[in-house]
Design a protein around this ligand. Structure first.
Ligand code: PHE
Length: 517
């Protein structure tokens, strides 16, 4: 990277080679573990069919508008989050690092879940988990201990975990076009076909319809519960990968002729469709399980989070004719979905470090993946890994990301007053035109709701703790996560730029004529 004064617009930045390349990569980031193991359980617990209402409201009032906001910042200021924010308004660099550090935290544990999926993919061939799938998962496989800081690494987890990081490193080092885009162009269609196959198989199992009834039967009373709305908003944020700085980075690799808003609508629609499809597949399968055990679906346990994928599903697979094939395809899908998401996070982190410190692409890929790999192994492949993972996830996704979205919308709309410029930018490059309602949504509706939501969550975490875990443990892994992200963001933005910090940055000159007209 040079520090010359050559016009920045002429800068050679890698790009996606087509809109399809960008859209597939953005779908790859969005469709992940969150769609498969988070959505079905959250929807079921939060009102079933009635949950679709808060879910749609969250998608339309916050999800798509903030996705557009991420895209507009990335495409206009053409850099990974910290530099893009800095080019927009210097002090917002810290927000960029806050989002990137939050993504970094997520990557460190997300990799562990992909590693579990990789192990289970192999176990599925001969149903290695046996009859007691819970005992196998927490006992034999993860060797879960007490909430303590264990340094006993479990090799069965650590080995696939290191392999995941090596694979991530290779893709990021290859770059946007030859690495990330290529992986997505192959993996996303493959995932679509594999998952569709699973859902069709699930729908033909006896009892499938009972599962779907349990899933879709609306509990209208749930709509009066604030927690249900909170669940809908956090699901949308995590699932669309928004307010993490990741979509800012992805959009920065778009060419001048980008049609950002239309791509955004395609991505959002694809992500939600996949989510609903996952809900149908998972509940059809659970209907079969209830049918085998002659109980109601509502009497089943273990319908959320890792337990759903790694305990309940193996148990169903045991009872299913041709279960091994189903298991292989299911865990294979988890790997594909998770891998295309984690490479998006790592690209965001590695590109930010590369720009700030003036490193080469390979150099920053090796540095960042190396640090992530070491932390992943030390924190999440030990006997205390599952608990730590659950606690970090709770704080990162319910506190960290909500805080990020609030700060982001308030700074852009109210403090630095960039929303009109960004709106015109989007409209100058896109066919789907964004009206002023967009500014009302990102400036008022979304932040107002997010503040209420964050307040409620903080009160409950402070008063009730989490899952009965000891306070010191929550301080360390829960609140500690937030403190770590804030401190790291402040420190990283205080370090002087070693890469190009072009204050005279010119957004696309031809677009700008329209924007400032
Ligand atoms: N959206 C991904 C999922 O649903 C997770 C993710 C979060 C990816 C944040 C990138 C950034 O699993």
């Amino acid at each position: 990277m040079t520090t010359s004064n050559a016009p920045v617009a002429a800068e050679q930045r890698e790009t996606w080679t087509s809109s399809t390349g960008f859209i597939l990569a953005a779908i790859g980031s969005a469709v992940g573990l969150g769609n498969i193991w988070r959505f079905p359980g959250v929807a079921y617990e939060s009102g079933g069919g009635a949950f679709l209402i808060p879910y749609l409201v969250a998608l339309l009032t916050a999800g798509i508008p903030i996705l557009f906001l991420d895209y507009s910042i990335g495409h206009r200021y053409r850099a990974a989050a910290p530099l893009a924010y800095r080019r927009m308004a210097k002090p917002t660099e810290t927000l960029g690092w806050f989002q990137i550090m939050l993504s970094f935290v997520i990557a460190v544990y997300y990799a562990a879940v992909i590693a579990w999926a990789a192990s289970y993919f192999i176990f599925a061939f001969n149903l290695r988990w046996g009859q007691d799938t819970l005992g196998f998962f927490v006992g034999e496989y993860l060797k879960v201990g007490d909430p303590e800081i264990s340094t006993t690494v479990v090799p069965a987890v650590a080995v696939p975990l290191v392999l995941v990081w090596v694979a991530v490193l290779v893709v990021i080092a290859l770059g946007v076009t030859a690495g990330v885009q290529k992986v997505n162009v192959i993996f996303i269609p493959l995932l679509g076909v594999a998952f569709l196959g699973l859902v069709i198989r699930a729908l033909t199992l006896p009892g499938a319809m009972d599962g779907l009834n349990a899933f879709f039967t609306p509990d209208w009373g749930a709509l009066a519960d604030l927690n249900v709305w909170i669940a809908a908003y956090s699901q949308i944020f995590f699932s669309l990968s928004i307010a993490f700085g990741i979509m800012v980075t992805y959009a920065s690799y778009q060419r001048r002729k980008a049609n950002m808003t239309s791509s955004g609508l395609v991505v959002a629609f694809a992500n939600s469709s996949f989510e609903i499809l996952a809900g149908i597949g998972v509940f059809a399968t659970l209907g079969f399980m209830a049918n085998q055990q002659s109980v109601q679906v509502s009497e089943l346990e273990g319908l959320t989070g890792p337990i759903l994928s790694f305990v309940t599903f193996p148990a169903v697979i045991n009872e299913m004719p041709g279960g091994a094939i189903f298991g292989v395809v299911f865990f294979g899908s988890l790997i594909l979905a998770g891998f295309t998401s984690i490479i998006s996070i790592l690209l965001g982190v590695a590109a930010s470090v590369q720009e700030k410190f003036g490193l080469s692409r390979r150099g920053s890929a090796i540095l960042v993946s190396g640090i992530c790999a070491v932390l992943s192994v030390l924190l999440f492949s030990t006997t205390s890994g599952l608990l730590a993972l659950d606690t970090v996830d709770q704080w990162a996704n319910n506190v960290g990301i909500v805080l990020s979205a609030i700060v982001m919308t308030v700074l852009v709309v109210w403090v630095f007053r960039k929303s009109e410029t960004l709106r015109r930018h989007l409209n100058a490059v896109s066919t789907f035109q964004v009206g002023r309602i967009w500014i009302a949504l990102i400036g008022v509706v979304a932040p107002a709701f997010l503040v209420i939501m964050l307040g409620q969550k903080l009160v409950s975490l402070v008063n009730d703790g989490y899952e009965g875990l000891p306070q010191w443990y929550l301080n360390l892994f829960g609140w500690g996560t937030i403190v770590f992200v804030v401190v790291a963001a402040v420190v990283l933005s205080a370090i002087p730029w070693k890469g190009r910090d072009d204050e005279k940055f010119v957004p696309w000159p031809d677009v700008d004529k329209e924007v400032t007209r």
